[in-house]
Design a protein around this ligand. Structure first.
Ligand SMILES: CC(C)(COP(=O)(O)OP(=O)(O)OC[C@H]1O[C@@H](n2cnc3c(N)ncnc32)[C@H](O)[C@@H]1OP(=O)(O)O)[C@@H](O)C(=O)NCCC(=O)NCCS
Length: 207
């Protein structure tokens, strides 16, 4: 598995820095980028969980990843996560881990399989103040482009509630049927995104 520092294109191109000051001679640089995409680290776990708490726990009492699981995956496979930060604040994120079976099972909720051909997307969430602005679609798109840069990854899978199927279909995911995994009373549909043509894209995308 590639490491964050070795493989992440997010360390390179997306930090848009901005300056303040009334004249060019007196401008000074802010240290926080206006907008930045990067892999998450353990230090981001609290911000991640704050967004999850609002997005899921306050709605259903459950959430895809509890705090210890967030920390678990950010420790094991930070290179399969992505955060969108605006002026240093987390506004949206994706957390994934490696998986090596055709369909997701209960084990997939807690396991990371290194060097696996499939990435299981555990959670995508946008800060509640930033929803319906296209951010969820954008970070998902960027995450999928990033996965294309990881040579061993052939597809991404996730399970979602039925009301979100159209959202993921618009992003290019296909419905592959009911998931065998249930969380309490919640049932899910499994969605798959094939990262086909990776070799060509990797050669031509600056990975
Ligand atoms: C789902 C989520 C990631 C979408 O992010 P977003 O930035 O608001 O979405 P975008 O602005 O990119 O796209 C909006 C589209 O998302 C879909 N959508 C978002 N929330 C939805 C919801 N609660 N019900 C149904 N569709 C929804 C709609 O298709 C909408 O399209 P429309 O504008 O034509 O109605 C965000 O609403 C969120 O964080 N929700 C809480 C956490 C969650 O449910 N995550 C997904 C499961 S892991």
């Amino acid at each position: 598995m590639a490491t964050a520092s070795a493989s992440s294109p997010f360390l390179k191109p997306f930090a848009l820095r901005y300056s303040v000051g009334s004249s060019p001679g007196r401008q000074r640089r802010h240290t926080l980028p206006a907008s930045e995409f990067r892999n998450l680290s353990l230090q981001d776990a609290i911000s991640v969980f704050e967004i999850e708490r609002e997005a899921f726990i306050s709605v259903s009492g459950e959430c895809p990843l509890h705090m210890d699981e967030v920390r678990h995956f950010l420790e094991l496979c930070p290179e399969l996560s992505l955060g969108w930060f605006e002026e240093g604040r987390l506004v949206a994120f994706v957390i994934g881990s490696g998986w090596d079976k055709e369909k997701l099972s209960q084990d997939a909720l807690t396991i990371h399989v290194p060097d696996a051909p499939t990435v299981h997307i555990h959670v995508l969430a946008v800060h509640h103040k930033c929803r319906q602005q296209g951010k969820g679609s954008i970070i998902l798109w960027r995450y999928l482009q990033y996965l294309r840069c990881l040579a061993m990854v052939k597809r991404a899978v996730l399970m979602c509630e039925d009301f979100l199927i159209p959202f993921y279909q618009k992003a290019g995911f296909k419905d592959i049927g009911p998931s065998g995994v249930a969380v309490g009373p919640l049932t899910f549909t499994e969605m798959e995104y094939t990262l086909g043509g990776g070799a060509y894209l990797r050669r031509n995308s600056g990975c």
